[in-house]
Design a protein around this ligand. Structure first.
Ligand code: GDP
Length: 451
């Protein structure tokens, strides 16, 4: 995305029929363009910021639509530039005609380009820009809450606080470097070490929030595995029937398993049903098992579903598929169990459930939500929400550990200062104080046009 100083335009509402559609123009000529294409009673160019004007758009003599024009003068706009938003009747046929007229004077905006300009003009930091995209795609209360907190600057503030503490140590190291030959620096090395240790711990905590953040945004991936007829599909369907089923955020292509998503208590659960993969005892079965095996590897939780009749053989076969962490053992058809049998399974750490009994999935749902509930306070203090942020925070943590080693080994303030600088840079990348064009293009190309 180049030509930062030109004027860009795009439809900013989804393309389709509705009450209104909004076209946005941003850049130094935005207001002049609006004046050229909209006939209004009062001059748009002479009007103050944050005013709305009624007018008409014509193409030559032909009237196109009645519109409302909102003007936002730099720097008090979404992008930080002069911005005009034209609200017209919500009809793609009308929108295309208006856009075509605007594009005689401006360039079509690329995906995410308005938000990229907001970032480049310091209206928002990079975590804020990412939050805008997350907010647009949020499908659950929790995904919405985390995106809003991030947009309000929760993560930004947490990173800034860490950065300012690292800067304090860096400043002391610079003094040490400058004055070391005179032995005047008076550095309290033990305090430096304690502070670095505290920072390593806090970064570790921050990195751990990345797992929660990812699950809040993308949902908890849950694979349902087990021998035939234990009730996998019934559990899968019971979830969908009793909870709010939502459009899956990541539609798959090849399906050896079914995927559906539900929202429970504002959390997104993505269920994968592997039922049916064992029905043909041949090569095809093997392909199905392999594919499901891969899916199981990617799952956050594997529900290992059994029933009273499940044989040892079947258990062993399943163990090979799921022999890993995050496996929850489930015994279904609890309605067929005596109280003593149910208790015995519970003692063996099985989740006892029934897909067919009303309320029979209660315990299972609670167990699934138990580890992913995030408090409002935690969201407010800022959490990492994507792989880019997690990778950068991990690099910062590694550099801080190296700084700590350098202090421990007494190799000299230059080395400590170097590692601390690397740690700062990694954290600055998270908020976008340091960024490459390549990185920005990658982030903003994920956006839709018009945002
Ligand atoms: P899958 O092959 O593992 O997907 O199993 P299905 O979901 O197709 O279920 C197999 C059979 O078990 C069906 O007849 C279901 O109605 C029955 N079933 C599933 N869950 C329960 C349950 O909780 N209690 C009882 N009694 N039957 C169940």
């Amino acid at each position: 995305m180049s030509g930062f100083h030109d004027t860009i335009a795009a439809e900013t509402t989804p393309h389709g029929h509705g009450g209104i559609s909004v076209l946005r123009i941003s850049g130094r000529n935005a207001i002049e363009i609006a004046q050229k294409i909209v006939r209004t009673r009062k001059s748009i160019q002479d009007s103050p910021s944050h005013t709305v004007h009624y007018g008409h758009i014509h193409d030559g003599q032909r009237q196109i639509d009645q519109v409302l024009v909102s003007i936002f003068r730099a720097p008090n706009s979404y992008t930080g530039e002069d911005v005009v938003e034209i609200s017209c009747h919500g009809n793609p046929f009308i929108v295309s005609q208006i856009l075509a007229i605007i594009l005689r004077y401006a360039r079509q905006a690329e995906p995410g380009e308005f938000t990229q300009r907001a970032f480049l003009n310091d209206r928002i930091d990079l975590t804020g820009a990412e939050a805008v995209n997350d907010l647009i795609h949020a499908q659950t209360r929790q995904a919405q809450a985390v995106a809003l907190e991030q947009l309000e600057g929760s993560l930004h503030h947490r990173i800034e606080a860490l950065l300012s503490r690292i800067t304090q140590i860096r400043m002391q190291m610079e003094i040490e470097i400058d004055l070391s030959d005179q032995n005047l620096a008076d550095t309290d090395w033990s305090a430096m070490r304690t502070e670095c240790e505290a920072l390593v711990t806090e970064l570790g905590e921050l990195i751990r929030t990345g797992q929660e953040g990812r699950i809040l945004r993308e949902g908890l991936k849950i694979a349902l595995v087990g021998p035939p007829n234990v009730g996998k599909s019934s559990i899968f369907n019971a979830f969908l029937e009793t909870e709010r089923a939502i459009v899956t955020p990541h539609p798959g292509t090849t399906r050896d398993y079914l995927e559906e998503a539900v929202a429970i208590e504002g959390y997104l659960l993505r269920l994968y049903d592997t039922a049916g993969i064992r029905e043909t005892p041949d090569e095809i079965e093997q392909i199905g098992i392999d594919r499901s095996g891969k899916m199981i590897q990617q799952a956050d939780r594997v529900l290992f579903i059994t029933e009273l009749d499940t044989t040892e053989d079947e258990m062993e076969r399943l163990e090979t598929l799921t022999g890993r962490k995050n496996v929850l053992r489930v015994i279904n058809k609890s309605d067929l169990l005596s109280d003593q049998q149910a208790e015995a399974f519970e003692k063996d750490d099985y989740i006892v459930c029934s897909a067919t009994k009303p309320g029979g999935l209660h315990t299972l749902k609670n167990r699934l939500l138990e580890d992913i509930r995030v408090s409002q306070i935690e969201l407010h203090s800022g959490i990492l929400t994507n792989a880019r942020q997690i990778a950068a925070a991990s690099r910062a943590e590694t550099s801080l550990r190296q700084a700590l080693d350098a202090i421990g080994n007494g190799v000299g303030p230059e080395f400590v200062a170097f590692d601390l600088k690397e740690a700062s840079q990694a954290l600055e990348e998270i908020i976008g104080r340091i960024s490459s064009e390549d990185l920005l293009n990658r982030i903003f190309s994920d956006f839709c046009v018009g945002k």
